[in-house]
Design a protein around this ligand. Structure first.
Ligand SMILES: [Zn+2]
Ligand SMILES: [Zn+2]
Length: 367
């Protein structure tokens, strides 16, 4: 989404979020017990949004300018060459409403606790709204087909069923090549199992990769700079760009059980990889919280199984694999289990946290 040609694609993702309207409000989200404590203890790029809780139209408050820039990044507001003020104006209220629809929140237009929590959740850097259009709302109002495509529905050529990928930039990670190869092979296998596509790793030096994967820190030249732990976790470009970048600053977990990782902000690498590969193949974000293509994810959570929403979306682009066994029944994933623990609580922060948990879309790193 960084380049001028690809950025529009990113924005498209947001559209699907609209579909969320139909889905149960994320607010129900349950947050893992202790989530609140973690949230307050560990800063993330968007922690200051907490100060905007209950802020609404007509108010002037420090930090609203930053909120506007956040909404610009994910496609909800147009760029403003003149910069952004700290006034909660009509444009901001409308952008917040679209965001709330996309994530299944109550459409209040105000920064209620659930909305603040959702916005603070770690997520994919790809935009939810592309070219100002949130496509999710259109044909997805009845709870089915919440997936989305990039504008123009770009795909890899129909004749190209075998794609090569290479891990090209690993100097900023503690992982060896073999470990990374195993993680990405499993992630690609999730998609090849459901489609007629197949993926093969090739050496970076071979120069014949369709898809390149690398870890980068901060500004890395594509206009989509990374922001340190949490916040934006990764991003990928639509077909046939092939670039998939991960924020090297995340506490990535490549092996073992991420739910028991020592870091409170641990993020499961394979979970994020499965999501970003969806973008590489042409899928935008989904408003379905259980879908791999949902934009957010919580830390210390593993989410690697394609949901039926993901499968329908990808098979519509590439056809189905006759040997596909179907999606795994949506068992309570780890994050769902975690969230249930906090569901009972009704305090504002709990609700907020719950919302965050729901966001669990893609990248796992919340705190
Ligand atoms: Zn994404
Ligand atoms: Zn990048």
């Amino acid at each position: 989404m960084a380049t001028s040609t690809t950025s529009p694609l990113l924005f498209l993702l947001a559209a699907m979020a609209v579909a969320a309207l139909v889905t149960a409000p994320v607010s129900s989200a349950d947050l893992p017990s202790g989530f609140a404590a973690i949230t307050s203890k560990i800063p993330n790029p968007w922690s200051s949004f907490k100060n905007l809780t209950d802020c609404r139209f007509g108010e002037q408050q420090q930090g609203l300018g930053k909120l506007k820039r956040y909404l610009v990044h994910f496609g909800y507001l147009p760029e403003s060459p003149a910069g952004f003020t700290d006034l909660f104006d009509a444009d901001l209220e409308e952008a917040v409403k679209v965001y709330q629809r996309n994530f299944g929140l109550n459409v209040t237009g105000a920064m209620d606790a659930s909305t603040v929590a959702q916005m603070m959740a770690p997520r994919c850097g790809v935009a939810d709204v592309i070219n100002g259009t949130s496509t999710m709302a259109s044909s997805h109002v009845h709870g089915r087909g919440l997936f989305s495509y990039f504008p123009g529905s770009p795909t890899w050529p129909r004749s190209k069923k075998s794609l090569k990928y290479a891990v090209t930039q690993t100097s900023l990670t503690p992982f060896d090549q073999a470990t990374l190869s195993a993680v990405f092979a499993r992630a690609f296998a999730r998609w090849s199992a459901a489609t007629t596509l197949n993926f093969t790793e090739t050496a970076a030096s071979a120069g014949d990769a369709d898809i390149t994967i690398g870890f980068y820190a901060g500004d890395h030249g594509d206009g989509e700079e990374f922001d340190g732990p949490l916040g934006t976790l990764a991003h990928a470009f639509s077909p046939t760009d092939g670039r998939f970048h991960l924020d090297a600053a995340e506490a990535w977990v490549a092996t073992g059980d991420v739910s028991t990782a020592s870091s409170d902000v641990a993020v499961d690498l394979e979970s994020v990889a499965v999501h970003e590969i969806g973008h590489l193949l042409g899928l935008g974000h989904s408003a379905e919280p259980e879908a791999i293509m949902y934009p957010t994810i919580t830390s210390r959570t593993r989410k690697v199984d394609l949901a039926s929403d993901d499968v329908v979306g990808i098979q519509s682009l590439y056809g189905g694999n006759p040997n596909f066994k179907g999606v795994t029944p949506a068992p309570a994933s780890s994050w769902e289990l975690d969230s249930s623990a906090a569901a009972a609580s009704s305090r504002p922060w709990s609700a907020l946290l719950a919302a965050v948990a729901l966001t669990v879309g893609l990248l796992v790193a919340l705190q």
